[in-house]
Write a protein that binds this ligand. Structure first.
Ligand SMILES: NC(=O)c1ccc[n+]([C@@H]2O[C@H](COP(=O)([O-])OP(=O)(O)OC[C@H]3O[C@@H](n4cnc5c(N)ncnc54)[C@H](OP(=O)(O)O)[C@@H]3O)[C@@H](O)[C@H]2O)c1
Length: 288
């Protein structure tokens, strides 16, 4: 029997990972949400992990609001980098495997083909800087680690009272109010359903060697195409206009292209998650 601890268990990924592991035999799950663990507090992290004594710790906790990280860089570093270090140190102390979830925003977007795990990382914003720092902390503190970079997450927890929101829900909510939408077409991503990501992470932990991996749904699109597909699949009509990052003027700079290659997981026999539009269709059918 393996014990898996999921930190950030009421977030989008944390909640789908909990469901994924609950469906498996010979796995015991422990979950901690933000009311039960404070990643910025070394003693809170150390106490939780050393008392629960899991075999595997999956850290899904993060300060993930990209524009807010520009406003509050110290908080971003405390949660995403120092918090990651505290988790990795405590995991190493009890010889547990440490899994850290990272992001496509560690890259600067200057490529136009999917990023490989060993491509140089040059983040453009504080969120990416804090997550890349978190990766370095995990690599330094925990010899038994997986770093999983992913992209553009949406998960069903937002329909079950989750408080973070996601792009799909934002678009659907605004369209229902017949608000005109303006969405960037000069940023390309691979939107990813946390249910699919969770299944792939479970498989990775089962059969992959330690190291850094990219996992997203397959294919790519601009945020504008993503929004258009959401409206089409949800059967909603509202004015949707493509715009540019410069016109939109978000606080945080974002990469123009941040698609991650799934090749490395495929090479170890894990199927890349299905095409992004198929996964989105599934999500939208589950939410109605
Ligand atoms: N969302 C994306 O598009 C995206 C893309 C690429 C990578 N990622 C990465 O994927 C992972 C999961 O993302 P997600 O979308 O599932 O995030 P999420 O829904 O925002 O969940 C993050 C969780 O972390 C908790 N948390 C925040 N600050 C904390 C702290 N100081 N101590 C303990 N817990 C804290 C949050 O709790 P409260 O809400 O109660 O504070 C929340 O439950 C993160 O590492 C993120 O950086 C996300």
């Amino acid at each position: 029997m393996k014990k898996i601890l999921i930190i950030g268990s009421n977030g989008q990924l944390g909640s789908d990972l909990s469901k994924e592991f609950k469906s498996k035999s010979a796995i015991e799950i422990a979950t901690l949400d933000h009311t039960q663990i404070e990643l910025r507090d070394k003693s809170s992290v150390h106490k939780s992990i050393t008392e629960l004594k899991p075999d595997i710790v999956i850290n899904c906790g993060a300060f993930a609001r990209v524009d807010d990280c520009e406003e509050n860089p110290a908080h971003a570093i405390e949660v995403n980098a120092l918090g990651a270090a505290f988790v990795a140190q405590a995991s190493a102390e009890i010889d547990a495997v440490c899994v850290y979830i990272s992001t496509d925003y560690v890259f600067d977007g200057s490529k136009n083909t999917p990023y490989l795990e060993d491509d140089p990382a040059y983040p453009l914003n504080m969120y990416g800087i804090s997550k890349l720092s978190g990766e370095h902390m995990v690599r330094s503190c925990s010899p038994k680690h997986y770093i999983v970079r992913t992209c553009g997450l949406y998960g069903l927890v937002q329909l079950e009272g989750g408080n973070g929101g996601n792009f799909v829900e934002t678009i659907i909510g605004l369209a229902k109010e017949h608000k005109p939408l303006s969405v960037v077409r000069d940023q390309v991503l691979a939107p990813t359903f946390t249910k699919d990501l969770s299944a792939a992470i479970a498989e990775l932990i089962d059969k992959g060697g330690f190291g850094t991996y990219h996992i997203t749904n397959s294919g790519e699109c601009s945020w504008y195409q993503f929004a258009k597909t959401i409206l089409d699949l949800a059967g909603l009509k509202t004015e949707l206009t493509p715009t540019t990052s410069a016109e939109y003027g978000a606080k945080a700079k974002r990469p123009a292209y941040s698609v991650l290659s799934n090749k490395k997981i495929e090479q170890i026999g894990i199927n890349a998650p299905r095409a992004w539009a198929k996964a989105l269709e599934d999500y939208i059918s589950l939410r109605t």
